[in-house]
Design a protein around this ligand. Structure first.
Ligand code: SF4
Ligand code: FES
Length: 259
């Protein structure tokens, strides 16, 4: 054994994983226990699951299904409840969480997002098309097509541009819903409302946007917001809770305008 291999063996962690396994959307599921030896602290959480799946494949067993795409904290595809916390113990996405956040001998419970509006499809994968339908209902601005306008033809104050940019970092991961005891998507919608509402281009549809997005939110089965704040604590992009105040303010204004 080489010196470097010996060193890796010394630093590798033994972990017990309790993972939600569910064959499909209509079957019931339960936690299954797996052991992993020699997990590097430098692995990402999803790489650790890749290693488990390689072992399951080698044994001819069904690998654990989980969502991921960019693995860079950008796309919003990944999302797991790790020991009861959305995206685990750090303020980051599951794909950017590293195993150095855990210790040798740890027992880690891994579950899918729990929300009526995000039904489990298989194992750790949930259907988040409800978010897509909320965006389709109003999370856009209508623009005329044609040649690009002159860059300074619509001026945006610096404070508004900064605020819009900050909340536009929402990646639609759904951790806010999973963390909320009510299963509310208010932080997600608040981020979109605030992003578009800060910009001149977002004003034409401002009233209809908030009414339609909240109507779709309720139709999808998301719960109401009672200002608990777990959503903002779990958000990997640190979307602030005050976007929900903006959401409520825009809704009141729309109702005053007769929407
Ligand atoms: S508000 Fe945060 S937690 Fe919710 S979907 Fe956007 S990035 Fe994810
Ligand atoms: S896989 Fe894209 S944000 Fe995690």
């Amino acid at each position: 054994m080489s010196a470097s291999t010996t060193e890796e063996a010394k630093t590798g962690m033994k972990l017990t994983l309790k993972i939600w396994r569910q064959p499909d959307a209509t079957s019931s599921g339960k936690l299954h226990t797996y052991q992993l030896a020699d997990v590097s602290p430098d692995m990402s959480f999803l790489e650790m699951l890749d290693v488990l799946n390689e072992e399951l494949n080698a044994k001819g067993e069904d690998p654990v299904a989980f969502d991921s795409d960019c693995r860079e904290g950008i796309c919003g595809m990944c999302g797991l409840m790790i020991n009861g916390e959305a995206h685990g113990p750090e303020v980051t996405t599951t794909c950017q969480l590293h195993m150095r956040s855990f210790s040798d001998g740890d027992v880690i419970t891994i579950e899918p997002w729990r929300s009526d509006a995000f039904p489990v499809m298989k194992d750790l994968c949930v259907d988040r098309q409800a978010f897509d339908r909320i965006i389709q209902s109003g999370g856009y601005i209508s623009v005329n097509t044609g040649s690009a306008p002159e860059a300074h033809s619509v001026q945006v104050p610096k404070d508004a541009a900064d605020r819009a940019f900050d909340v536009a970092t929402c990646i639609g991961c759904g951790a806010c819903v999973a963390a909320c005891p009510n299963g509310s998507a208010s932080l997600f919608i608040g981020a979109k409302i605030t992003h578009l509402g800060e910009l001149p281009q977002g004003q034409a549809e401002r009233d209809s946007r908030v009414v339609d997005m909240l109507g779709q939110h309720d139709a999808e089965g998301f719960g109401g917001c009672t200002n608990i704040g777990e959503c903002a604590a779990a958000c990997p992009k640190e979307i602030p809770l005050d976007v929900i105040s903006q959401l409520n303010k825009d809704l009141r204004t729309a109702m005053l305008h007769g929407r």
